[in-house]
Design a protein around this ligand. Structure first.
Ligand SMILES: Cc1cc2nc3c(=O)[nH]c(=O)nc-3n(C[C@H](O)[C@H](O)[C@H](O)COP(=O)(O)OP(=O)(O)OC[C@H]3O[C@@H](n4cnc5c(N)ncnc54)[C@H](O)[C@@H]3O)c2cc1C
Length: 538
């Protein structure tokens, strides 16, 4: 019998959530599946774990590597060869210490190139204090906030680590790097891994230590404000504190909120173009409601399941409306970078144990949508075509949201059904957003072509995402919409050569990550950082 020759076998088990947490049950099921005695199964390793909540029962699918009459072997861990680069012959300046910049630096070190990261914000610890002031007192530090500072926008996030752009790089390598620097090994097997805001800062700190130990540099409060360009090369960058720093090449990984960098590129006559992004609100429901919708009300298996998440998408009048960056057990955060602009996003701790479930709910915007809208409004500040048409539009919406919230980063909010019925909410439910929410009409903040699509999509989601007895569902006035979710991706694209990845006009400037338009999340930004690091070393 062939099966006897196979000492390790990959098999998929379908288990109840309670069973999936019990090692002896898993061993029993493996033995059953292979028609072996349980004593013959020496152990197993989980390769992939996913939750299937589509049917009557919720199932856990476990892909395991089962060991039969053979000792369990240590997992094949990826090894990283970080070299000493203190005196390396080649030096590359990385502008921006977000996931793209940090993973580029780690890759350069493996390739014996010295990385020098220049980061406008503060280190993770100092940054935490600025976030506390923002949340408690409504005062923003434009250089140190949820977007700017060590680890970039990814540090105080949910730390979801999945991407649809698997083809753009080696996802497994990035996940293994996270584990190498302290993340739980579960992220290697979970179908939808996440790390959590409480764990990310320590991991980022370890990454920085590795960069410094190898002789790389990581400078904080070092904001790049100018490029010294000669012919088709950057010779140096100037920083706000008066330094002029030279290098062989420059990686530009400044994220989607560095509007000054987009202006600088334009001033220097370097090509940039407007880029579509998605705009909408953050929706918050009680987590219990989302659990009941996904797992069934009073499901006895619920204690063995994580707080439920969801992913919703709907085409409305030719544009996608979709949930974005869903944070189970999360908190809505003020993700602005400027005074007088209101932007929200979400984060969760590793246990996702807050009583709220929040998610962006956004409408895809094309450049033509905004151009058409602007043309119909002569009073609108962004009339006419420019590389900043999307960015200025984004900023104007954010300013309106700030005003409608009443200041100090209080956010305008409206109950979900009230929004669709154009009714001002007479009261608002409890909400996780710390600077506070203020009843307002969301329709007065977002343009009509976004409002209309959002309304239609929310009603559709209500029909699809509903309890079996139809007594409760996603479309409910228990949910609150908080404005505005506007930094879903960069409103500007910085072009680059398809093969060599440098800017078409500057051969040693490498646009990278989300800000340049080549990533949309932590994992894809990290992958782009690695890709660019390899390209600029050629
Ligand atoms: C609250 C929140 C939650 C999020 N949750 C998730 C999540 O769960 N999963 C996920 O995949 N994504 C999440 N995101 C998005 C994710 O964080 C970004 O996609 C990712 O960080 C982009 O990486 P990046 O390196 O390209 O840019 P960024 O992370 O934006 O980093 C850019 C860095 O450049 C610095 N910089 C800017 N200008 C200059 C300058 N002139 N000089 C020097 N430095 C400069 C900035 O300070 C910043 O640190 C979240 C974002 C936020 C704000």
């Amino acid at each position: 019998m062939q099966i006897n020759l196979i000492m390790q076998q990959k098999i998929t088990l379908k288990l109840l959530p309670s069973e999936a947490q019990n090692e002896s049950i898993i061993l029993e099921r493996i033995a059953q599946f292979l028609s072996k005695k349980i004593s013959a199964v020496s152990g197993f390793q989980i390769i992939k774990k996913s939750i299937d909540a589509r049917g009557k029962n919720v199932w856990i699918h476990l892909l395991v590597n089962a060991y039969i009459e053979e000792p369990v072997q240590a997992k094949n861990e990826l090894k990283f060869a970080f070299k000493n680069v203190k005196h390396a012959t080649k030096k590359i300046i990385i502008i921006g210490g977000g996931p793209a910049g940090i993973f580029a630096a780690l890759q350069l070190i493996e390739n014996e190139v010295k990385p020098v990261i220049l980061e406008r914000g503060k280190d993770v610890r100092a940054r935490r204090r600025d976030l506390a002031i923002l949340n408690k007192e409504g005062i923003i530090n434009p250089e140190s906030n949820y977007c700017f500072g060590e680890g970039g926008a990814g540090t105080y996030s949910d730390g979801k680590l999945y991407t649809r752009s698997n083809k753009r790089g080696d996802v497994n390598r990035i996940l293994n790097l996270f584990v190498h620097f302290g993340a739980s090994e579960n992220i290697l097997s979970d179908a939808h891994p996440h790390i959590g805001t409480n764990k990310l800062p320590a991991i980022i700190t370890e990454m920085r230590k590795q960069i410094l130990d190898c002789g790389g540099e990581f400078h904080f409060e070092k904001k790049v404000i100018d490029f010294v360009i000669e012919k088709d090369e950057i010779k140096a960058v100037k920083t706000a504190d008066g330094d002029c720093l030279s290098a062989d090449s420059f990686i530009l990984a400044t994220g989607h909120s560095a509007r000054d960098i987009f202006h600088l590129l334009h001033q220097k006559k370097l090509q940039i173009s407007p880029k579509p992004f998605a705009l909408g609100v953050r929706v918050e429901h009680p987590q219990e409601l989302i659990n009941s919708l996904q797992y069934g009300k009073n499901n006895p298996q619920q204690p063995f399941l994580p707080p439920a998440s969801y992913s919703l998408v709907q085409q409305v009048d030719g544009r996608g409306v979709f949930s974005f960056c869903m944070c189970p057990g999360g908190i809505i955060a003020p993700a602005s970078t400027n005074e007088n602009e209101l932007v929200v996003n979400g984060w969760s701790p590793s246990k996702r144990n807050n009583p709220y479930a929040n998610s962006g709910m956004v409408v895809q915007l094309e450049v033509e949508d905004v151009m058409k809208y602007n043309a119909a409004r002569p009073d609108w500040p962004t009339a006419g075509y420019s590389p900043f048409v999307m960015m200025d539009f984004q900023s104007t919406i954010e300013q309106r949201a700030y005003e409608m919230g009443g200041g100090q980063f209080a956010a305008p909010a409206q109950r979900m059904v009230d929004f669709t019925q154009e009714k001002l909410s007479s009261s608002l439910p409890a909400c996780s957003y710390l600077p506070g929410i203020h009843s307002a009409s969301i329709s007065e903040i977002l343009p009509s072509f976004v409002n209309d699509k959002l309304k239609k999509a929310l009603r559709q989601f209500g029909k699809r995402f509903v309890s079996k007895n139809k007594q409760f569902g996603y479309f409910t006035n228990e949910a609150v919409l908080v404005a505005t979710e506007s930094r879903t991706s960069s409103p500007v694209r910085i072009p680059r050569d398809e093969k060599y990845l440098h800017h078409p006009q500057i051969k040693n400037l490498f646009p990278c990550g989300e800000g340049a338009g080549y990533a949309g999340g932590i994992l894809s930004a990290a992958m782009d950082g690695q890709r660019v690091a390899l390209a600029c070393n050629n």
